[in-house]
Design a protein around this ligand. Structure first.
Ligand code: SF4
Length: 322
């Protein structure tokens, strides 16, 4: 890979949380030393159960949270110093899960889509109006929609507005955080196809966060699997879907997927429930749910094997899957 457009270098985010009103604060490692490179024009899928840290990672990339440790590099340059939030938001834009809550219902579509341009002081007001109308064309909304408010629109139309807002600044990277999971099934395919078209047209790079592996398989060039704040497998999508090396990835692929929004990954057949991130299991954090766990797994965290692209003491062989 040439210089990645986006690189996470040992990024960590720890929160201090109380389990009860009078109990002491304890550290919760939401993201625990994640390193990930995303090449220009690549679509990387980030998958894992709810609570694995993928949405915190998205917030760190968008400058909505400050990392506890590690660096974010855009085009090989570390994003830091006073203006890092503004710099990130110029080059990286989000599309969030719920177009009902991510768009201000009191603003018109024109105001919503023009906001990033205003924040960054781009162009004059008439020029901004023109840019808004052009980007509405691109996302398949009529220009008259510019004077509507989000509550006059369907879920699919709202998500098109959110996509227009994300693209109006011509970002290099778009963080798609479950962009279709709040939509009707009939609309999901339209939005996914639009994202694919836009990637081609604008040469975009996507980090596509989803619990829906069918969607990720459809879109992603590469897939990173997260478990309890860490990346446990990171491989080309075709390879990973054909023969995952990590037992957790295997379980995710075996799970019965549902198109129901908000249900996460159902029935992973993993037995034990998702662990409490405040008191993660010792050794490999996945060991209480892993049928392959041995003594080593209970005491020693598996390092990420840069060659096999997996963090597991006893990874699956290709011949043992599917
Ligand atoms: Fe399972 Fe051990 Fe691999 Fe963890 S390290 S996934 S417990 S086999």
């Amino acid at each position: 890979m040439s210089v990645p457009i986006l690189e996470l270098d040992g990024i960590a985010k720890t929160y201090s949380v109380r389990q009860g009103m009078f109990s002491p604060k304890l550290p919760l490692k939401a993201v625990d030393g994640v390193s990930l490179k995303v090449g220009r024009g690549e679509t990387v899928g980030l998958v894992g159960e709810s609570g694995c840290g993928k949405s915190t990672l998205a917030k760190l990339l968008l400058g909505l949270e400050t990392p506890t440790a590690g660096r974010i590099l855009v085009d090989g340059v570390a994003v830091e110093g006073g203006g890092w939030r503004k710099e990130l938001s110029r080059r990286i834009q989000p599309i969030f899960q719920d177009p009902y809550s991510s768009l201000n219902p009191r603003k018109t579509v024109r105001q919503i889509v023009a906001m990033p341009l205003e924040v960054h002081g781009v162009a004059t007001k008439p020029e901004r109006d023109k840019m808004v109308e052009e980007i509405l064309d691109v996302v398949g909304l009529p220009r008259r929609a510019a004077d509507s408010t989000p509550n006059q629109m369907s879920g699919g139309q709202r998500q098109r507005v959110a996509i227009a807002r994300a693209l109006v600044m011509r970002p290099e990277v778009v963080i798609c955080d479950e962009p279709t999971s709040a939509l009707d099934v009939s609309v999901q395919a339209q939005i996914l196809n639009l994202l694919l078209e836009l990637r081609r047209e604008f040469g975009l790079t996507y980090l596509f966060i989803s619990h829906n592996l069918a969607v990720v398989e459809h879109l992603a060039d590469r897939v990173a699997v997260m478990y309890l704040g860490r990346i446990v497998e990171d491989r080309p999508a075709a390879e990973l879907f054909q023969g995952p090396a990590h037992p957790y990835t295997r379980a995710l692929l075996d799970s019965v997927l549902t198109p129901e929004p908000g249900l996460g990954i159902p029935d992973t057949q993993l037995g034990a429930v998702f662990p409490n991130p405040i008191a993660p299991p010792p050794g490999c954090a996945f060991h209480p749910r892993c049928a392959r766990a041995g003594d080593l797994c209970r005491t020693t965290p598996p390092p990420f094997d840069a060659e096999r692209r997996v963090a597991c003491h006893f990874p699956l062989e290709r011949s043992s899957v599917r």
